[in-house]
Design a protein around this ligand. Structure first.
Ligand SMILES: [Zn+2]
Ligand SMILES: [Zn+2]
Length: 197
């Protein structure tokens, strides 16, 4: 967990600087402040994210929440909502981050540039400048103007569990038991094989 990572370090982890990452960075800093301040850094956070865009990388990097550890859950709601829990006592916070930069003066031009299949060098430069302006605005925007904190609306997910597994009747590969598809024929199939039939 790199709870005090700079934005630049977070960019290194993500691979590029972008508005989505900047929003995620602000969100992750709030989560750390709300749930980890003056606590041991070994404390585990659990995050439930309602989108799978760039910002989630900041949550992974600063808060140490990853799929592999089972403390990152994804709900496909397409919303800028992030709910965090402190594993030891279940204390949590729901964070809504309004994407205010969508309405700025650069927006129409930005959408034009990112949807163009090929950009000239000048256009690439222009896009980079808009991105940099937006990132700067997001990183310095007053928190109370775009971030809303409230109580979690969901329960804290339970820790990663070990599931039993069985073999697919078609491809023979192992499947986690919770993902086995039971066909009317009584054959146990993996999801890709079940979709083929
Ligand atoms: Zn990005
Ligand atoms: Zn299969």
């Amino acid at each position: 967990m790199k709870t005090d990572a700079s934005y630049e370090e977070t960019v290194e982890f993500h691979g590029h600087s972008c508005p989505g990452l900047a929003v995620g960075y602000r969100v992750a800093r709030v989560a750390v402040r709300e749930l980890l301040v003056e606590r041991s850094v070994d404390e585990e956070l659990v995050a439930v994210v309602e989108n799978d865009a760039c910002g989630v990388d900041a949550v992974q990097y600063l808060c140490g929440c990853t799929f592999g550890k089972g403390n990152l859950r994804f709900l496909d709601h397409g919303k800028p909502v992030y709910t965090f829990f402190r594993r030891t006592d279940g204390q949590g916070v729901r964070i809504y981050a309004e994407p205010f930069h969508y309405e700025d003066a650069d927006d129409a031009r930005f959408v034009e540039l990112v949807t163009k299949p090929v950009l000239t060098l000048e256009e690439q430069d222009e896009r980079a400048q808009i991105t940099a302006r937006r990132v700067q605005r997001i990183l310095t925007h007053p928190e109370d103007k775009f971030i809303k904190l409230s109580s979690p609306q969901i329960a804290m997910p339970s820790p990663a569990r070990i599931f039993s597994s069985e073999n697919c009747a078609d491809c023979g590969e192992r499947i986690m038991s919770t993902r086995v598809q039971q066909k009317e024929t009584g054959r146990a199939l993996c999801i890709p094989c079940a979709e083929k039939t």
